[in-house]
Design a protein around this ligand. Structure first.
Ligand code: SKM
Length: 268
């Protein structure tokens, strides 16, 4: 039997156990367990160091993602570019860090039916921990130019640096910029990475984007999702992101292809 878990604080809300346990069941991995463990960034190194050899992998959510990257003895290139990790996988020499949130964004966009975005422009709302994997995913999908919409230019510097490091032509706009509506309308995709309350008053203007991925899933629809639908656009929610980032974790933990249909069915 093998063990895995999701670490975070708070962690009671996490739907990762539903996804991983459905995967292990579909793969016939009897006796595999997947728990929720309350753990912040400070406690993460001590906790992970103390795990026995039966522990094969960990999902890491807020606020431990930076600590997870720092703790690991190996890091994938994309986790380094993003500056945080949501996945720790045991290997002989210790733990390897990855960031499958990139696949969460690209998988959700693709499954939602986003049109051609290669060579096009995109908008990312927010500049925090989820904005960086979104920027890397958009660059991987061939987007050339991104507008980051954020309140605080100082806090956005890290996200802008991440975007430049993956070759994106990036510009920063404030929420009150007169250009915002036109940028959204012209974008082939808009990815929102911020809590609904932070953008309720801008939902109509952001909702002019024809294709939107909103990282939030509870409560749904978000004000942004409602605005996109009212304007005739297409919107995909955060549950699809959660599903698509879990595939790579299951594959890295078990060494087997993820049973995608069983996992999708488990989310209901
Ligand atoms: O990156 C993911 C993480 O792997 C798991 C998760 C959850 O369980 O809610 C959310 C995201 O941070």
């Amino acid at each position: 039997a093998r063990k895995a878990a999701v670490l975070g604080s708070p962690i009671a809300h996490s739907r990762s156990p539903q996804l991983h346990l459905a995967a292990y069941r579909a793969l016939g991995l009897t006796g595999w367990t997947y728990d929720r463990i309350e753990c912040d960034g400070e406690r993460l190194p001590g906790l992970v160091s103390g795990l026995g050899p039966e522990w094969v992998g960990l999902s890491v959510t807020m606020p431990g993602k930076i600590a997870a990257l720092e703790f690991a003895s190996e890091r994938t290139e994309r986790a380094v570019a993003i500056g945080s990790a949501n996945t720790l996988v045991r290997f002989e020499g210790g733990w390897r860090a990855d960031c499958t949130d990139v696949d969460g964004v690209s998988g959700a966009l693709t499954a939602g039916g986003v049109g051609t975005i290669a060579g096009g422009e995109a908008v990312v709302v927010g500049a925090g921990g989820t904005a960086r994997p979104a920027l890397v995913a958009l660059a991987d999908m061939g987007v050339k130019s991104v507008t980051v919409v954020a309140r605080d230019a100082g806090r956005a510097a890290g996200a802008l640096g991440c975007a430049e490091s993956v070759g994106l032509d990036v510009r920063l706009l404030g929420f009150d910029s007169p250009e915002l509506g036109a940028r959204c309308a012209a974008a082939s995709a808009l990815v929102s990475t911020v809590p609904s309350a932070a953008i309720t008053e801008y939902a109509d203007i952001l909702g002019r984007a024809p294709f939107v991925l909103d990282a939030i899933y509870d409560p749904w629809p978000t004000p942004l999702a409602a605005a996109v639908e009212a304007a005739g656009g297409t919107v995909v929610g955060g549950l699809s992101m959660l599903l698509h980032q879990a595939f790579g974790q299951v594959e890295q933990f078990t060494g087997r292809p993820a049973p995608r249909e069983a996992m999708a069915a488990a989310l209901g």
